[in-house]
Write a protein that binds this ligand. Structure first.
Ligand SMILES: [Cu+2]
Length: 212
């Protein structure tokens, strides 16, 4: 738990510090005919700065970056905006930490797991393995995603635990050779993106409607 808290603090510091230094460094001409002195955008210590004054000066003098940070930070930031914009949001149920944990799982599964793929009749079998948290993340994500895919019209999917991870089996629901070839070409990472439910699923996790 301590580890995650520290990671989040580092993440926030990194993202916000990055944002402010970007604003400091770009000083295009003042917009709207204003004669604002852009060299006056103060170099500030992020911990003690006057954020309002800094942002006001930065807005007069520079374009604001559109990227909020790395993808996970951006995904959280977008969901927070959506929850705040929705008057029906039940804040007693909201759990952004659950979304963050899921995004960490996605990182583990996408970037730190091994995937050994074999052809089987109608599709593939993939042994997805890793160590430590990666193993747990693989099991959680393949279990949930295969159950989701199974309800889809195109794929049969199932996952079972093996040492270090899970074996994911995906086959075509039809005998269409193009579909079988697609499954084999997609492999583990491609299959994990299938189903078009992922972004909606993130919002549901944040709303506290899904517990992994
Ligand atoms: Cu996800």
């Amino acid at each position: 738990m301590k580890y995650y808290t520290a990671t989040l603090a580092a993440l926030v510091t990194f993202a916000t510090a990055g944002m402010c230094s970007a604003q400091r460094e770009s000083k295009p001409a003042a917009v709207g005919g204003s004669s604002a002195d852009c060299s006056a955008v103060p170099t500030a210590d992020h911990a003690t700065m006057d954020h309002n004054a800094h942002m006001a000066a930065a807005e007069r003098c520079a374009a604001i970056p559109t990227l909020p940070g790395q993808a996970a930070f951006g995904a959280i930031s977008e969901v927070v905006r959506m929850l705040k914009a929705d008057p029906a949001t039940d804040w007693t149920k909201v759990n952004i930490e659950a979304l963050r944990q899921h995004l960490i799982d996605m990182d583990e599964v996408t970037l730190r797991s091994g995937a050994l793929q074999r052809d089987i009749p109608g599709g593939i079998e993939i042994d997805v393995t890793g160590t430590g948290r990666t193993t747990d993340a693989i099991r959680r994500m393949t279990r949930n995603h295969s159950a989701m895919l199974e309800t889809d019209s195109e794929y049969h999917a199932s996952a079972k635990e093996i040492p270090g991870g899970a074996r994911l089996t995906v086959t075509a629901k039809t005998t269409d050779p193009t579909l079988v070839a697609r499954i084999r070409g997609l492999g583990f990472a491609g299959i994990m993106t299938e189903g078009d439910h992922h972004a909606a699923h993130h919002l549901a996790i944040a709303r506290g409607q899904i517990i992994h």
